[in-house]
Design a protein around this ligand. Structure first.
Ligand code: UGY
Ligand code: MN
Length: 247
């Protein structure tokens, strides 16, 4: 929604950001054609992760080369052909993938309106662990677990929770009224996309109304808390860096 008089819910602070859909501006990203690509979170704001939203036209494609960047992706809408690490699959809304560093990947033949969120970072290897392998999955097949014992706040862990992975991509679903049980403050960074519903996100000392389509960046140690509001469940997709300690 556009507000008169230059208002927006978007707020870019030093250690967190809320990006509402009304402030999106497209970028040209090498390797992605026939699509509206929005770079929502980037190094330029102090982040270590890059979060992109790609909405394809018919005939659009993404073809990214093998390099030191790893990518975790989630299809919010549409259908397409996904190829990663020698595996090829026809995918639809709810599909997710992991393309490790050193593997090229592509999205081709998208239905118009196919919408994908990408999280990208430079892979940090761990001595004694092999680079993780490519994954294509379906979130509908990943069971949600009660978060810290609360059956009304369920967490779907999409990628293997093993030391070889230096990132996680999860979906958190809250029944109306459910909350994060305490104000988390942790070394891990988050990139987040509201998938459904609405609520209030606390980021540092600010409380923000949020709804589907909003994106949030939380720097390491950004105090964070969420309450789901309204009459339907709220859910969000999020990234976090994991399994690597500072030297
Ligand atoms: O995994 C997490 O750190 C998660 N509980 N954080 C969040 O939802 N803001
Ligand atoms: Mn957290």
């Amino acid at each position: 929604m556009n507000f008169p008089y230059g208002q927006t819910r978007t707020r870019i602070a030093a250690r967190h950001a809320l990006i509402a859909p009304d402030s999106h501006v497209k970028s040209n990203v090498p390797g992605i054609t026939g699509a509206a690509t929005i770079i929502l979170i980037a190094e330029a704001m102090g982040a270590k992760v890059t979060q992109l939203l790609v909405t394809f036209e018919r005939g659009g494609r993404a073809a990214l080369p093998a390099n030191e960047i790893e990518t975790a992706g989630y299809f919010e809408a549409g259908t397409a052909t996904l190829a990663v690490g020698g595996t090829r699959a026809k995918v639809q809304a709810g599909a997710f993938f992991f393309a490790p560093a050193g593997e090229a990947w592509s999205i081709t033949s998208p239905k118009k309106g196919t919408r994908v969120t990408l999280f990208q970072k430079i892979f940090v290897p761990l001595a004694g662990e092999k680079t993780p392998k490519a994954i294509i999955g379906d979130a509908a097949r990943v069971k949600g677990q009660p978060f810290l014992g609360d059956p009304d706040a369920r967490l779907q862990v999409l990628l293997p929770d093993v030391p070889a992975f230096d990132l996680a991509m999860n979906i958190f679903t809250y029944q109306p009224g459910a909350t994060l049980p305490f104000v988390e403050t942790h070394v891990m960074e988050h990139g987040l996309l509201m998938l459904a519903g609405q609520g209030v996100y606390r980021l540092e000392d600010s409380w923000y109304p949020v709804a589907a389509g909003d994106v949030i960046w939380m720097a390491p140690f950004c105090p964070q808390w969420f309450v789901a509001m309204g009459k339907s469940p709220a859910s969000y997709l999020y990234y976090k860096d994991v399994n690597r300690a500072a030297p």
